[in-house]
Design a protein around this ligand. Structure first.
Ligand code: ACO
Length: 370
């Protein structure tokens, strides 16, 4: 038995490799640090879904596929318009992904369905956000990239180039990550011959929790609570003394630095408010010192969520959109894994060790048969 399935290998995958001891993340043979920042999200989608890099950047095939798939059906739009404005965007996105599964997604999943998922998730999420602000939805523009369109549809303002670049880097880095919890949930659902929209809904439900994708808004809350670099050490010590977790640190797979965190650190330096960045670095230093002193055996390092928070803040997104934006990035990886699962499927159905009462108990009252 392996509680939490630590180190259990459940299959093979050609999509991405997570080198937990070496600090590597590789998409189909490409080290993410060698392609991000720089390669557009559309080309990363191409790499993940087709297995090879496109002939040109951004991938013409993916640009066209996303443009053609970007218009949701009127019935899904009506459903999004009926969502209560006070709903947190993450809960709204869960309903959105579910509503995409209107019977038009089948089994086995197709790349075309994947493009609908990748293209429409941000369109419908932005529609919900605009509705909840009492504003009119902003249609996507053909000439804008996926990253630029996301900001454009949310704000209705021309997105500044540095913000688009930072978001693009973030989307590329978060596009896939081996057999993480949400991808595993997606593959379990898919393995029953369910469809991609249903499996993505299961994946989003899994991404929501703070031990997976729900951490970055808590990182921002943590930085607010520390408030100034000189408070960092005391704040961290008090928190660790209460045996509370520090968000943005530790990882099931990485027992060294998370390569995505290193790239996001650089992106954050280039785009964040210098005072916020200085605070983040001070808290990181204090956290790593505190964790290494109190838990040297646990090998805890900064994870992807820490500088994700600083980058997403700098891009202008509210905290309630941090995890939904993670999901928007991950639709690419989810699709690649769904296609791979269906291509060589076996129902994923593990065992559990039963530790309840032994067989042989008798019901406390006489049982009358009808
Ligand atoms: N702060 C304080 N202590 C920690 C932290 C942390 N961030 N992370 C782990 N520890 C401690 C645990 O309390 C545990 O101690 P214990 O054995 O005394 O209980 C020990 O280190 C080992 O931790 P585990 O929980 O066994 O490690 P696991 O692999 O299960 O957890 C996880 C990984 C969930 C990410 C954990 O490090 C954590 O909770 N981090 C904070 C939340 C976070 O940043 N989540 C985002 C993860 S990144 C992602 O999924 C995209």
């Amino acid at each position: 038995m392996s509680k939490g399935l630590d180190d259990v290998v459940v299959g093979t995958s050609e999509v991405s490799w997570v080198g937990g001891t070496t600090g590597d993340l590789v998409y189909r043979g490409f080290d993410v640090r060698s392609i991000v920042p720089g390669v557009p999200y559309e080309s990363v989608v191409h790499l993940l879904l087709f297995g090879e890099p496109p002939a040109r950047d951004p991938s013409p095939e993916v640009v066209l596929a996303l443009q053609s798939a970007r218009s949701p059906s009127p019935s899904v739009e009506r459903l999004v318009d009926a969502l209560p404005p006070g709903l947190p965007p993450l809960e709204a996105l869960r309903t959105i992904l579910s509503s995409l599964g209107d019977g038009s997604f089948g089994y086995p999943p197709t790349r075309e369905e994947g493009f609908r998922l990748i293209a429409q998730a941000p369109v419908l999420l932005a529609r919900f956000v605009r509705n909840s602000q009492g504003k009119r939805p902003v249609p996507a523009r053909r000439e804008l990239s996926h990253a630029a369109n996301y900001l454009w549809m949310l704000t209705g303002e021309e997105p500044p180039v540095p913000r688009v670049r930072a978001l693009e880097g973030y989307l590329c880095l978060l596009a896939d990550h081996g057999m993480n919890a949400s991808t595993f949930a997606l593959r379990v659902a898919l393995s029953t011959q369910s469809d991609l929209a249903s499996a993505a809904t299961a994946a989003l439900a899994t991404l929501k929790g703070p031990l997976h994708g729900g951490a970055p808004s808590r990182v921002s809350d943590m930085l607010d609570a520390v408030a100034a670099p000189e408070n960092a050490e005391r704040w961290v010590e008090e928190r660790l003394a209460r045996h509370e977790r520090l968000f943005g640190f530790g990882h099931r797979a990485y027992k060294t630095e998370d390569p995505r965190g290193l790239v996001l650190h650089r992106i954050a330096r280039s785009v964040a408010d210098p005072r916020r960045f200085e605070l983040a670095e001070a808290v990181e230093r204090a956290a790593l010192a505190g964790l290494h002193r109190t838990r040297p055996d646990a090998r805890l390092f900064t994870n992807v969520e820490y500088y994700s928070a600083v980058v997403l803040e700098a891009v202008g997104l509210p905290r309630t959109l941090f995890t939904p934006t993670f999901a928007v990035a991950r639709t690419a990886g989810w699709t690649a894994h769904a296609l791979e699962q269906a291509a060589d499927n076996r129902l994923i159905r593990p065992e559990v060790e039963y530790v309840g009462p032994a067989k042989g108990r008798t019901w406390p009252r006489p049982i009358t048969t009808p």
